[in-house]
Design a protein around this ligand. Sequence first.
Ligand code: PRX
Length: 651
Amino acid sequence: MSSQLSTLLSEQRRFPPTPEFAEGAHATQALYDEAVRDRLAFWAEQARTLTWIHPWQSVLEWTAPHARWFSGGQLNVAANCVDRHLSGARRNKAAIIWEGEPGDRRVYTYWELGQEVGRCASALKGLGVQKGDRVAIYLPMIPEAAIAMLACARIGAVHSVVFGGFSAEALRDRINDAECTVLITADGGYRRGSVLPLKRFADEALTDCPSIRHVVVVRRRPGGEGDEAFATMREGRDHWWHRLLEQAAPTCPAEPMDAEDMLFILYTSGTTGKPKGIVHTTGGYLTHVAATTKYVFDLKDEDVFWCTADIGWVTGHSYVVYGPLANGATVMMYEGAPDWPERDRFWKICARYGVTVLYTAPTAIRAFMKWGPEHPARHDLSQLRLLGSVGEPINPEAWIWYREHIGGNRCPIVDTWWQTETGGIMITPLPGVVTTKPGSATIPFPGISAKLVDVHGTVLEKGGGFLVLTEPWPGMLRTIYGDDARYRETYWSRFPGRYFAGDGAKVDDDGYWWILGRVDDVLNVAGHRIGTMEVESALVDHPAVAEAAVVGKAHDLKGQAIAAFVTLKDGHAATAEMRDDLKEHVAKKIGAIARPDDIFFSADLPKTRSGKIMRRLLRDIAEGRALGDTTTLADPGVVARLREMYEAEES
Ligand code: PRX
């Protein structure tokens, strides 16, 4: 049994909801009961909280593996996230409170947000963007990122947000896969005191993006317009955001969208070298994220909700932008690093703006733990009333630390399991209703059907196995952009008729879920999903590399770190410079998040007789464990040689 699993199994602490929290909470036991009685009626009731232009005819049409939710219905996502809040008291309420890393601040009321979204939508239309066109967004965490997404939604364009930490090549591949016609970027973004030159990366990407007709550039740096070092503007193609919006009308009609029209594409890593364009649509997605935001985060009008995820990940889409704004909430947004200029930056922000609900990742919590409780202790965190966790399994120790040092032993914690593909939260406690256990995501959200199965697909009541989803849900991905065959194959073929999430899990005697992590060749590095094949392709792209195998290695802070085993071509020496060069090469091909922690040079890699690399053995080696079964190896001597080398390098 893995040490992780045995720690989880011995976890006995229980945290029942306090009566005070339960009394004021949105969620009640009745919500679960209702969903059990009639799942579709439950989701229809959630959908009715949105504003529809035309009512739907059927809640769900399911021809496995393709779902249509709220078919026949029409709505506009931007109208739901902005316009409908403009007629009442929320008109002057802060929609987005933003702080830049250097300390600059901006607040947008719902009214102001509406004006900016309107202008951006008009400007995009002016550039010829039409319903269904794809727009790439490559921005730092600045309000313009949310404004650009909502502007696309307003005119029916499909956005494809690319995380600002991805490289020029990664951006290029994503733009080309979706044939985006417009790119929205910035001259730069601040990270740990320096400027990430996004426009320069974008220009590098655009040397080979034939579909791009226009580039809109946000001026993030003060006085940056004339600064050639950060943004060289190409006449006719490139436009400054502020100039374009200045001339654009603040009103722009919201396009009536069919519930099943595409809202966005978001690329995520899988088990092949090519990222998948996950397709999300309009009515079901918004229903799912609006309902989960309301009940999981117990969002009230007076809350300040801070989801710390970058807009480039699904968490940023669903719980920085669409879910909270559909609920008319106040969203906190921060541009930079948690340890800049000091390790108390997050707590300073919480205190300054009176953040009430904080949603962050275990990797961040583990870093806070390491930095010490004196940093949060210096600030008044008494406004916090609820804490959330997402992105990777949270170890009970980090959970307890979070509860004590951030939540003052009073805030409930919601550990939420979901994925880019699921669109919204799937397994989570509802605060005020469900007793929590440190390290467990607890039970499925009402209306969600999760089951545990063994390798043959047989449903298990409890124990260890694979997590599958047995019924369609409103926020589910509809396909992989341009590759429906891959959609069927990736998610629906392993256990036919059921969605396979790729995660291993355990269900305990109380029916609580303990997510153990990916069982496929997908790594979770500091909450970021990276495919081993992507890193391997980047490595073999280097002229000196003959072969590469990449595995995840347990890491205290990041959860997993990347370890690569590399065979060099004849004539290339395994030097320290070569190691640095290869790390740099991967960072350049994919982005700094994929830079390997360790590179081990080896004359051969352990393979089965059929030529398959035995990653399990490599993981054992990288983590310094006793070796598993080596009887299927073509050349058992390879492992011994590798291990010797690894140990020599480690010492
Ligand atoms: O392995 C699970 C892990 O993150 C994967 C999904 O990654 P991504 O699509 O990038 O979305 C991350 C944010 C939703 C899952 O397959 N994961 C996510 N949340 C949790 C988790 N693992 C354990 N506990 C969680 N709460």
